[in-house]
Design a protein around this ligand. Sequence first.
Ligand SMILES: [Cu+2]
Length: 314
Amino acid sequence: MNRIIEYMLPPQRSTVASEVDSLFAFINIAGFILFAGIMITILIFVIKYRRKSEDDITPVITHNSILEVSWTVIPIILILIVFSWGFRGFLKMSSPPANAYEINVTAASWLWEFRYPNGGITVNEVFVPVDRPVKFIMRSDDVLHSLYVPDFRIKQDVLPNRYTTTWFQATSTGEAILYCTEYCGTAHSDMLATVHVLSIEEFEEWLETGLEVDEDMPLADLGRQTYTGAGCNACHTLDGTDRIGPSFLNLFNTERELVDGSVVIADEDYLRRSILEPMAEVTAGYPANMPSYAGRLNERQIDGLIAFIKELQD
Ligand SMILES: [Cu+2]
């Protein structure tokens, strides 16, 4: 049975995963046995009771109490097992332990932002300790999104104007993928984040130093790193092709036409405003749906992005 689960499902990497999978396997196997049993019975009846001669007349059968009681009681028992098993798991999954490490999650079209108790922020990647309960307190900046980490078997809607929560306790270190699983617009399928599960020591160390920006890194390199790290690549390419937004290639110092008809030069100020207040100057021909990065990137990262975009000339 474990082999079947391993074959069908992603690895079990949280404390609730095996319980979820056992219930899933039970429902599948019970469903398969019932399906096979019913199909075989139908086949036998079709052959055994087929009309054999012209004057073969179907007898009148009013009812059969034993049969009727059993096909009522057996499914009820099965459903009660599934219900109580599922409800127990549901209670466990919806009540985070009191000592859980809390991370605030904001979903926006189309990125994930994570805020840690020490004030640190990461975009499209989240760092968590292994073997310790972690609670996500989630809200959306715009539309309905949903947070889904298959390896942890957790999935929870993320709503505007209301907090929802979910929690997990990872059982092994390494990376897991976090998906948005509520269709939320054009770049929905790019709305991914990486969950980095670290050992307790690594996590403590990351909290101390991991969020500091490397002061020695050349600005343009930091910009390239931020371009993927902050998820700009979901919407902007570097090779001249359009994705959701315009490509960064040959963008610097060119004339940009805005939706209000005015024309601006894409200088450093314009790039900065585009990152911090994208709705203020919307480029003509593109949807007005870039998320603002105000408060999500630090000054050095913004300088880095501008330096990086400036270099992209062919
Ligand atoms: Cu989404």
